[in-house]
Design a protein around this ligand. Sequence first.
Ligand SMILES: NC(=O)c1ccc[n+]([C@@H]2O[C@H](COP(=O)([O-])OP(=O)(O)OC[C@H]3O[C@@H](n4cnc5c(N)ncnc54)[C@H](OP(=O)(O)O)[C@@H]3O)[C@@H](O)[C@H]2O)c1
Length: 383
Amino acid sequence: MRKRIIILGSTGSIGKAALEVINALGDEVEIVGLAAGNNWRLLAQQTARFGVEQVAIGAESGYDGLKRDCPSGTKVFAGTAGVAELVAESEANLVLSAIVGAAGLPATLAAAERGMDIALANKESLVIAGSLILPLARERGGRLIPVDSEHSAVFQALQSGRREEVRKIYLTASGGPFRTWSADRIEQATLAEALQHPTWEMGPKITIDSATMMNKALEVIEAVWLFDVGPEQVDVLVHPESIVHALVEYCDGSVIAQLGPPDMKTPIQYAITFPRRVPGLAEPLRWDEIGSLNFELPDFEKFPALRLGYEAARRGGSSGAVLNAANEAAVERFRGEQIRFGEIAAVTEEVCRRHRLIEQPTLDELLESDAWARQEVNACCRR
Ligand SMILES: NC(=O)c1ccc[n+]([C@@H]2O[C@H](COP(=O)([O-])OP(=O)(O)OC[C@H]3O[C@@H](n4cnc5c(N)ncnc54)[C@H](OP(=O)(O)O)[C@@H]3O)[C@@H](O)[C@H]2O)c1
């Protein structure tokens, strides 16, 4: 069946890579909707370039410019509700969820509600509301196909055995730019230093999350939801080359790993063409250049954010929403040069510690927890 896709976050790092992939796939995929946050100029260009009929812009202020620059007849939605409406109204059968942060949740939920397949890059929506998205998708018949390279790797390695045969999942982490730094030096890292990722080119928020290792913390929670395993079954391995993306250890001791170049076009394409594989755009691995692959255990002292991820995964309920929102707000403050790098995890931990857990939260309670955590970060930072 021809894939009819909506790309949420088409102006971002994942969104732009997805457009390249789709362009190369030709007639196999039709883009029926695009959405972005603020960048209406680029969104209008993408709309015209790919002949898209429905688009949405998260910022209401972008509506007039987008409407003016899109080809006539394009249906334009605006606001957070508008992005979700685009999904709810469309005839897509696949949604690439690649908005950054909690802003991606409403549209991801709308896709699950409609029973569409979801190619999921926006891990934050599962961290916040995995307890709602997973059962909803299952009930409506939609599949969640991971785009995160580690989860795509696990998804592929899991095809070698049965779920009950899995002993352990290992998510690899590059270790970020501060892997070899001392704790004191990390504490004082500048914004420019945090934005220098050694192996991946990504948007700014996930790049900073990789530097604190909060990205891996969120990925542990994402893995718990996606693969229906306990947090004690998910381990993190630091692997600076970013070539082995994840490993699955089975009960007989066999370990199945997925390897590939550190290029998001590969997992994006796999999520779009799944269950088929077709020739891809990424440069193949050059074994003569790789030399050796290294693995080490993560340092939970230097990177306390990782511990916070395990704690939230174990506590469940509203703790993922609070962890995610506190981190987003703290990262924003760091990007505004209002707090030091080391304070991102410290402030997030303080807010998580003060949170009163709701064990089986509704969507409203999750959104309230999210809003509460953001206010608490502001209060912490004022102090
Ligand atoms: N980049 C990677 O390699 C990578 C790898 C694995 C997973 N991911 C995940 O993929 C997601 C996107 O990451 P990214 O690196 O592509 O981020 P990014 O480059 O910052 O792009 C974010 C995208 O989200 C859009 N957006 C932001 N707020 C929005 C809103 N309120 N409504 C609608 N759209 C909104 C942005 O639009 P504007 O451009 O208009 O602001 C942009 O298109 C994140 O959840 C990240 O964790 C990324």
